[in-house]
Design a protein around this ligand. Sequence first.
Ligand SMILES: O=C(O)CCC(=O)C(=O)O
Ligand SMILES: [Fe+2]
Length: 369
Amino acid sequence: MLSNTNSELRVPGELGMQDFYPANFPDDVPTINLEKISLCKLLNGDKAEAERVFNICTTTGFFYLDLLDHATGRQAWSSACSIRQLGEDRLNHTPKEEKLLYKPSGGVSVFDRGYIVRPAAEAGHPDEREFFNIPQSEFFGTKTEGGGLPPWLSQDAASFKKLLKSGNTIACTVMSVLEKELQLPARSLTKLHRLNDDSGDFVRVLRYAGASNDDGDGPVGMPAHKDAQSVAILFTWLGGLQIPDPSAEIHDLNVKSDDWRWVRPEPGYAVVNLGDAMEIFTNQVLKSGIHRVIKAPGQQRPYDRYSVLVATRPENHCLMKALESPLIPVREQRGEIMTSLAWGHSLINGIRKREAEATANCKSVVTNA
Ligand SMILES: O=C(O)CCC(=O)C(=O)O
Ligand SMILES: [Fe+2]
């Protein structure tokens, strides 16, 4: 599969899989022009490309990463496409009762393991949104946390492992660029994100149900949020992801409905953003990007939307506080310093609460947020 040329891999429907692009992304919706960054250039230490990444990460925090210009990226794109395909098969062909047996870990509901569904409002409709998370601890680290994959995903272990591995390489490539640009000692960030450390890293596969044109805004796929992670690498084939216009005035997570912009999925590119951990490590010099997911636009709307996310988080014992550098302002520490594990738990509770509220008020969130 990896012997395909780059241009072939950019053709929708390549990789010998079904067409992931059943309808075109419309030309007449307000779309954000994210910058395209070359993974190959970053891996080769290209200074100008590193500066572009730093500028983005200190402002909007989102960029497209060209994966097809380097073998590691091609590996990641190819694994993500396979996982999107197997995710669709498993989600659609496994009874719901069986999927629900794959529980979030340890009763703490950290979003790194397990199956979570938001059921349809009416019986007989496909569930509105479902996703499952495969934790890194299943394959790497001391493996004390992994509870095993459920039977409906056990044959796919090798695919998840592969994507976690290439995702970690890509996330660490971005972080090593950032630590250099921030004048931090080498490995300040990457040593907190080693593949073999125990951490809350995961691969997530999401399915958002398609909708008919006459059912209004419908529930928001995922309300406005920032990621409780360090680096998020998103693979997506249909529209639905939105981020605020750079000129938008944002208070907490409130973005005016006119200020949301669509992110057009680009074959062969991942959408990369930083999460809240990077804001903490840099006293907000680096920015964690706000985003949300709504129904796909235009002719894509009736189709179920799948996405695959690789999340990289700091290792469990790492202290969530600012690093020291001439470019990171010193601020007084408010509250106790948490470990990454405790921090993750505290954030997830907040996310769950907002999610429950957004589901209850879905219309007002979509139109008034
Ligand atoms: O499905 C998407 O496009 C985004 C998912 C997301 O933002 C998340 O899982 O945190
Ligand atoms: Fe997110």
